[in-house]
Design a protein around this ligand. Structure first.
Ligand code: ADP
Ligand code: MG
Length: 483
């Protein structure tokens, strides 16, 4: 457990996350207006989104299906009957004067998600609920001095609010939760998970307590838009709360903002209560009802999910939990792996991906879908290692060339003459030369300094331009040195 040592003893952080995930949908939750990111302000606003008098919302079935699919992927209760409520508040970019959301009867109830921690361990985090709601518009304060402009393009866009139980105990666990949630959303395609574009935003609830003691009062940090910010904000907030309590103060429940530049949280407003919003069922919308068959159709159409894929990779390919976890982090890398590993040494392929390939892509700031070396090409390289054409060491050189030129492994080996020499006669000749050139070292070796074997191997490899088959070199050298 990760505890924080204070002046008066140890403290435990308690974290619950509320995530807003924008539904990937061409139309809004209650209107047919478009939802494209980055469009000119106020070009994607229907009369419904602008809350003109007399307009009536019409539920978008696609968005409902995405919420159900997400609920299933979160191992959650799918409620056959749910209700849309009005959450009443004034905001200049909320023309209705209320947000249509779900309160007492959300579309998805309790569930759970397994998160993958850095050390290869896993942990289960409870899901409290998932509900559908509309997004608000955007107030822009930085376009014209002294004026605020309003863009309603986002008004009415469908969001899934996914609320966790207060089950996390460290910033790292919160980061792992966000990563896993994003992975699942991307696998099923219900949200693109793009945090920079605001498709995925997080409110972090943080409190501190004595290890195992009763829950403390929480503060909610609003609108965090990167995993790094989430982790840093939680870290700062926990220390702030501990400082206050240790100084004899107490925490007041409030909503706070994270200042990215200062790395601090500060008060935004004192916490509002549910009753402040005067929730009531929206009279313009019927309750949402669907039958078991609808849910089953959605379930049957889901792709293989990350946990199942990870278990299968361990099982079918003999990968470690860690390697399997890394590979299933993105659907494209999992697919890449399976293509490359087909009929080959899967562990070797996994190794090449997690070290050389991911390392190179990192340096090039490229995603795996833009990899200059395709899955087939990597597979081809592994073939040459497996059949002894090249050694693992030469393979690195070949891989670097493949990255650069886009050639296949075979082409690089051919062009540069890198074929491994396994011919015993040729290698034996090289060994004889090396031994003849180093009589003093040979004497030392035979006098008991057996560590010098490494020196001889190095010399033989050098003499053969690194192309000698290391196994053959070791065997023959051993024979000759000890002759
Ligand atoms: P509200 O509706 O007022 O926002 P909820 O009970 O729905 O409150 O909780 C919101 C979030 O706060 C959930 O993610 C929950 O896990 C988290 N949470 C609740 N109590 C605590 C606590 N004591 N410390 C940290 N997080 C908490
Ligand atoms: Mg809340």
């Amino acid at each position: 457990m990760s505890l924080i040592r204070g002046n008066t003893g140890d403290w435990e952080i308690v974290i619950g996350l509320e995530v807003h995930a924008q539904v990937s949908s061409n139309a809004k939750l209650f209107s047919g207006a478009a939802t494209a990111y980055g469009a000119e302000p106020n070009t994607q606003v229907s009369l419904i989104d602008a809350a003109m008098p007399g307009m009536l919302p019409v539920i978008n079935e696609w968005c409902v299906a995405q919420a159900v699919r997400t609920g299933i992927a979160l191992n959650a209760q799918i409620n056959r009957h749910s209700v849309f409520d009005r959450k009443n508040y004034f905001y200049p970019d909320l023309p209705q004067g209320y947000q249509i959301s779900q309160f007492k009867q959300p579309i998805v109830g309790e569930g759970r998600m397994v998160i993958d921690l850095d050390d290869g361990e896993t942990m289960t985090v409870g899901i409290e609920r998932l509900h559908l709601e509309q997004d608000a518009g955007k107030s822009m304060h930085d376009q014209r001095p002294g004026e605020t402009l309003i863009d309603l393009n986002r008004s009415g866009v469908a969001l899934m609010e996914i609320v966790s139980k207060p089950d996390m105990r460290s910033p790292e666990q919160a980061g792992a939760y966000m990563r896993k949630l994003r992975t699942i959303l991307r696998y099923i395609g219900s949200c693109d998970g793009n945090m920079e574009e605001g498709s995925l935003r997080c409110d972090a609830n943080v409190s501190v307590r004595r290890p195992g003691g009763p829950l403390g009062t929480r503060c909610e940090i609003k609108n965090l838009n990167s995993i790094r910010h989430i982790m840093r904000a939680i870290e700062f907030e926990a220390h702030r709360q501990i400082g206050i309590i240790e100084d004899g103060g107490s925490i007041s429940q409030e909503t706070r903002l994270y200042d990215v530049n200062k790395g601090e949280t500060r008060t935004m407003r004192s916490k509002e209560e549910a009753h402040d919003y005067r929730y009531f069922p929206d009279p313009d919308l019927l309750p949402l009802k669907f039958d078991e068959a609808f849910v089953e159709t959605q379930r049957a159409a889901l792709p293989e999910l990350p946990d199942a894929k990870k278990a299968r990779f361990q099982d079918q390919y003999g990968l470690s939990a860690y390697d399997a976890g890394v590979l299933v982090g993105e659907q494209v890398s999992a697919d890449f792996f399976e293509t490359a590993a087909k009929g080959r040494d899967a562990k070797l392929v996994a190794n090449w991906m997690s070290t050389e390939l991911f390392g190179a892509l990192n340096r090039l700031s490229k995603g795996i879908e833009e990899s200059p070396v395709s899955a087939e090409a990597l597979g081809g390289l592994v073939d040459l290692i497996q059949d002894g054409t090249i050694s693992g060491r030469i393979a690195k050189e070949v891989f670097a060339e493949m990255l650069e030129t886009g050639e296949t492994a075979g082409q690089v080996v051919e062009r540069k003459g890198l074929k491994q020499v396994s011919d015993e006669g040729a290698i034996a000749a090289a060994i004889d030369q090396v031994i003849a050139a180093n009589p003093d070292k040979l004497a030392e070796y035979r006098g008991g300094k057996t560590k010098l074997a490494g020196f001889f191997v190095g010399q033989v490899m050098k003499a053969t331009g690194g192309k000698a088959n290391p196994q053959v070199v070791n065997k023959l050298l051993n024979d000759k040195l000890n002759a």
